[in-house]
Design a protein around this ligand. Sequence first.
Ligand SMILES: *[C@@H]1O[C@H](CO)[C@@H](O)[C@H](O)[C@H]1NC(C)=O
Ligand SMILES: *[C@@H]1O[C@H](CO)[C@@H](O)[C@H](O)[C@H]1NC(C)=O
Length: 202
Amino acid sequence: MKTSTLSYFAGLVLSVTAAPIDVGSNGRITVQLNLDLGQAGIANAFDVNQLFAFSTMQFVQAVPEQVVNGTEPTGGIAGASGNFNFGINSAMNMICYNITLHNFQGDFSSPAVTATHIHEAALGASGPPRIAFPNPEPVGADGVVRNSAGCIKGPFKTGVMVEGKDSGEGFHVSQIEANPAAFMADTHSSLALAGAVRGQLA
Ligand SMILES: *[C@@H]1O[C@H](CO)[C@@H](O)[C@H](O)[C@H]1NC(C)=O
Ligand SMILES: *[C@@H]1O[C@H](CO)[C@@H](O)[C@H](O)[C@H]1NC(C)=O
């Protein structure tokens, strides 16, 4: 399959090289590449810069006052705060994160694979996690500041099952861009299971 695709493409290249290059034959090659390589192939081979481009950024201030269980405010961890900074790359279904927590208390605790998430939930409401991020690690010896930074790409997996399906399954970061206010970022503590701090995307 791969070999025949390559040799077919090589044939096209040879025929173009052998003939005077004109706009028409260039156009046909472009179409052929699209068909053979698919979207991922095009991104990797011909638009490398796409990997380093965010289509949206989000700077979310997370506070204990926004934490709810259902719609009931629970207060989170008093005195804690968070900066959840995200760079979304919709073409790659990738999200880069730089999450800093101040004064987090207790242990990270969640039924999901980690305790630090983007949930699909409107302000004042609860909803399933869609993306689980590595929990922030202490930056200094006192553990007052914690940070987690990196990038993750779909397919996403949270470890939380909703109606027999992982709540991250099929999720695409473009859903966040389509309606950011329908999402929030939070982290959960053994001392505040509903959430230590939470912030709404906007
Ligand atoms: C994360 O953000 C902080 C500022 O809030 C910055 O000092 C740090 O360098 C950032 N980390 C990365 C990996 O970009
Ligand atoms: C949310 O509230 C319900 C009902 O009171 C309770 O059973 C549940 O344990 C609470 N969940 C969390 C994470 O606190």
